[in-house]
Design a protein around this ligand. Sequence first.
Ligand code: FES
Length: 108
Amino acid sequence: MSEFVSIAKVGDIPEGEGRTYPVNGRLVGLFFVDGEYFAINDLCPHMGASLSAGHVEDGAVTCPWHAWRFCVKDGLWLDNPKSNVKTDSYEVRIEGEDIQVNVPNAPE
Ligand code: FES
């Protein structure tokens, strides 16, 4: 089962950047883009780099290791969208000053 948990405060992430947060045994990359927050699995599906350390532009984050690009909204690999390669994306909501994400527990 999963539920929303608070991981950061509104204002913690500058516009156009991401940060990594551990949630339910996973690493979540939280991005603030065009005034909205988006959460994806922070581990690049290629070789596991931290996506939140990547450059963000036009709603896409570029992996800092080999420059694969992912949509911050749905985690889709934008360099080859037909491949269906993606990193997971998670629901985000704002409760007062808290940014909350809904992340399933990592498998045992
Ligand atoms: S680890 Fe992300 S592109 Fe290689």
